[in-house]
Design a protein around this ligand. Structure first.
Ligand SMILES: Cc1cc2nc3c(=O)[nH]c(=O)nc-3n(C[C@H](O)[C@H](O)[C@H](O)COP(=O)(O)OP(=O)(O)OC[C@H]3O[C@@H](n4cnc5c(N)ncnc54)[C@H](O)[C@@H]3O)c2cc1C
Length: 272
């Protein structure tokens, strides 16, 4: 951040609630605290891992509950862990986690897995992986003394039987939700809501670029997201240079500070 600020970047902490990309540049970005006008926009608002929304999950996130095997697997060497989910990522990550963990139990709410058959075969052949089907986690229980996960409360959906399973970690892979709802259909997305960009990080709106997990549902790493964000920013700089003569003038005070909420774009640009 300090390096970016040294080169003139300005940071405002706010939540984008609405955008207007319909009339082209300048684009209008509405936030909780105001409104911005921008010649060009780089979208990097990421995706959020889906939560189980059970007691203990939020409390123990980072202390036994994780949504990222490559990030946190290392901390579970010789430990017993649960992977929640039955799709490709759940099995892929379960297999990966066997590099560290003593045992990996896949807990899935249905009686069959959704993952590809090749992943299923690899998981079934792995001695460290076992499966609990038709079952959900109702609660993640912690050890108050050390502030870490100690067990989960499981419920069989077919028999309603409830049991407690001692465990060191819970990895949750039940999908991601890209944070693209805020664009309200103005940026083209795939069926899952990931913003579609071309190989120059261009969205369907001329002057709007995107990078990171808002468009990438494959790599999901800090370094790939940063690289894509950088590529998108380079494209935005390039685009601004190419359109310098035709861009509508945004007054300095509008450019540098949130404009009052409620102004129309025309009012904002004309300064009325
Ligand atoms: C628990 C966890 C641990 C991880 N650990 C690692 C690791 O060790 N190494 C690694 O390489 N990767 C790790 N990852 C993955 C890595 O964090 C992501 O791949 C990367 O951060 C994605 O970058 P991004 O900029 O696309 O999105 P994010 O980093 O998610 O940034 C998006 C930002 O946009 C904000 N935002 C969302 N909606 C709005 C809105 N409407 N208005 C304004 N702001 C908004 C969010 O609050 C967030 O700050 C981890 C992921 C998780 C979930």
């Amino acid at each position: 951040q300090a390096q970016a600020e040294r080169f003139g970047a300005k940071f405002d902490y706010d939540l984008v609630t609405e955008v207007d990309f319909t009339s082209g540049s300048p684009f209008r970005i509405k936030t909780q605290n105001g409104e911005y006008l921008a010649d060009s926009v780089v979208v990097t608002i990421g995706a959020s891992p889906r939560k189980l929304n059970v007691p203990g999950e939020a409390e123990f996130t980072g202390r036994g509950v994780s949504y990222c095997a490559t990030c946190d697997g290392w901390f579970f060497r010789n430990k017993d862990i649960i992977v929640v989910g039955g799709g490709d990522s759940a099995l892929q990550e379960a297999i990966f986690l066997t590099r560290f963990a003593s045992s990996v139990t896949v807990v899935h709410r249905r009686d069959t897995l959704r993952a590809s058959t090749s992943l299923q075969s690899r998981a079934f052949a792995n001695d460290k992986i076992s499966f609990i089907y038709d079952t959900v986690i109702d609660e993640i229980l912690g050890n108050p003394e050390i502030g870490a996960v100690r067990a989960v409360r499981l419920r069989n959906l077919k028999t309603s039987e409830v049991s407690e399973k001692p465990i060191d970690g819970v990895f949750i892979f039940i999908g991601y939700d890209p944070n693209s709802k805020v664009f309200n259909g103005q940026l083209k997305t795939d069926a899952a809501g990931y913003v579609i960009v071309d190989n120059h990080m261009r969205t369907n709106v001329d002057g709007v670029f995107a990078g990171g997990e808002i468009h990438d549902d494959i790599f999901r790493q800090a370094i790939t997201a940063a690289g894509q964000g950088c590529a998108a920013a380079l494209m935005a700089i390039n685009w601004l240079g190419e359109h310098a003569d035709s861009l509508q003038v945004i007054e300095d005070e509008q450019r540098d500070a949130p404009i009052a909420s409620g102004k129309t774009l025309a009012e904002a640009v004309s300064g009325d």
